[in-house]
Design a protein around this ligand. Structure first.
Ligand SMILES: [Fe+2]
Length: 501
């Protein structure tokens, strides 16, 4: 038996019998591992004897023609536009693992508390600073005394009278803080305070001002670390940044036709929104580059490419068609091939062996990318699930709402536990720098807003609605790409569903 046919027979291991009309030449230039996977898939539900003949192999290969196309090496072409040199820097967040002992988690939480506390104190609250005390030291104080504390929310309950009772801990002890339910006579400020208290989530760090009324502190102010109000940076150069996320290359639901529309668009081969395409100098991609393997049960039935390496090859082949003078930044997400715990390092070298494109840069998740002086904090957004579930009034249909809450808390993953975080002596998920743009994905839904001068962008997805999303009633917005002009400060959504072929 010829060599390739013998290898195939070995791999099939009796799942199908190879007919004698199948020749070595029929398998020439193919990847036996992938061909085996297609054949196994093809015969999965077939009744009767499973005999693989020449004609059947042809059929199977034809149905995976997409794979054959991606093997063709693409040639990158520079675009005549964008003559100005790129100016960018990347700050990858370090993944410094510690042990998983109680002491290591204690060190992590202590770092979170102390750093967010210093952000609250260094904020705009001189009055608050004078009042601020350790929880332990307020126990001896008289009723009526005004104090301030800073701590982490341990829990929050609504009493039977409708007041909110929060337990706050600061490392020296815990305090019970009461937010009174407003009445018709309450001032707007009291109503606002109660609404803010209603949005408290466990593990967030807050400052409380109030009066001692043993055994409680009656709150009269709630202070979050928040981001200051500032002027967003803009550029002199008339240029644009395109944002993408959740490409899910390798999924049956990856919208390849629309993605190829994008490739035509970025190569200026269409008149459709060409004036925007001409300006694009950078592309930032916030995770779920590929669909991955084994991310959820029976995922293989929803894949067109069942090898993780080939999923990345396919992704890079697609992006090789982007002109080489457009710089591309790629972060991983929860579907990519690496640890789930965040921060996630940039994509490992083993997936980049065949990727020779100098304009594609790998970034950690989360990571900071500064483009022409404009600071972008890009994060996949896995924590948004727990933020949406934890805070009343937020929903999957408006990702910008959840992203705003994250900015207020100066922490990308404020609820501990739902979304795994690498225990480390420094909490890397704290936003120690205020970005001009906060970019996320994960929810597969476009959304944008301005908050205190920071532009919030969720760049949606390139994957059609999944059965999981149908079950949950989520409506994604696939193949709609936000493009931000850094001179005019205009954000436009380019809809590739509407572009003619
Ligand atoms: Fe995704």
């Amino acid at each position: 038996m010829p060599e390739a046919v013998m290898e195939l027979a070995k791999r099939l291991n009796g799942i199908a019998i190879i007919s004698s009309d199948l020749q070595e030449s029929d398998l020439e230039g193919t990847d036996i591992e992938s061909v085996t996977a297609y054949i196994v898939n093809f015969f999965k539900d077939a009744p009767g004897p499973k005999i693989l003949n020449k004609q059947m192999l042809g059929q199977i290969m034809q149905s995976h023609v997409q794979e054959a196309i991606i093997r063709t090496p693409a040639i990158q072409k520079p675009r005549p536009q964008n003559p100005i040199q790129p100016n960018f820097s990347i700050r990858n967040l370090e993944v410094r693992k510690t042990g998983a002992k109680v002491a290591d988690f204690a060190e992590y939480f202590n770092n979170r508390l102390e750093r967010l506390k210093s952000i609250i104190i260094s904020g705009r609250n001189a009055n608050f600073m004078e009042l601020q005390k350790n929880v332990d030291s307020i126990k001896q104080l008289m009723n009526g005394r005004e104090i301030g504390i800073i701590g982490m929310v341990y829990d929050k309950i609504t009493t039977k009278n409708g007041h909110i009772l929060a337990t706050i801990e600061d490392g020296t002890g815990t305090a019970k803080v009461l937010f009174l339910k407003p009445s018709k006579e309450s001032s707007k400020e009291q109503m606002r305070l109660f609404a803010e208290a209603d949005r408290l989530i466990v593990d967030e760090v807050v400052g409380i001002r109030g009066r001692i009324s043993n055994p409680f502190i009656m709150a009269n102010a709630l202070i979050r670390p928040d981001i200051p109000i500032k002027q967003r940076k803009r550029t002199e150069e008339d240029m644009a940044i395109a944002f993408m996320s959740d490409i899910h290359a390798g999924s049956k639901l990856f919208m390849e036709k629309q993605f190829r529309n994008f490739l035509k668009w970025i190569n200026l081969s269409t008149k459709y929104n060409q004036e925007t395409a001409e300006k694009v100098k950078y592309i930032v991609i916030s995770g779920d580059l590929v669909d991955g393997i084994g991310v959820y049960p029976n995922q293989e039935s929803e894949l067109t490419i069942e090898s993780i390496y080939r999923q990345y090859n396919f992704l890079f082949e697609l992006f090789s068609e982007v002109p080489e003078n457009i710089e591309i930044f790629m972060l991983p997400g929860n579907h990519d091939a690496m640890q789930r715990a965040e921060p996630q390092p940039s994509l490992a070298e083993e997936f980049l062996k065949d990727m020779k494109y100098k304009n594609i840069h790998m970034v950690s998740n989360p990571g900071y990318v500064t483009l022409e002086g404009i600071k972008i904090l890009s994060y996949h957004g896995t924590s948004l699930d727990s933020v949406i579930h934890g805070i009343k009034g937020l929903s999957y249909s408006k990702p910008e709402g959840a992203m705003q809450e994250v900015l207020k808390r100066r922490h990308l993953s404020p609820v501990y536990g739902h979304n795994p975080i690498v225990p480390s002596s420094t909490d890397q998920m704290i936003m120690d720098q205020v970005p001009d743009i906060l970019h996320m994905g994960h929810l597969h839904k476009n959304g944008s807003a301005d908050y205190h001068g920071t532009l919030i962008v969720n760049s949606g997805t390139w994957q059609a609605r999944t059965s999981y999303q149908i079950k949950l009633g989520h409506m994604p917005t696939p193949a709609v790409m936000p493009v931000y002009n850094t001179k005019s400060m205009e954000l436009r959504n380019i809809d590739f569903n509407l572009m003619a072929d």
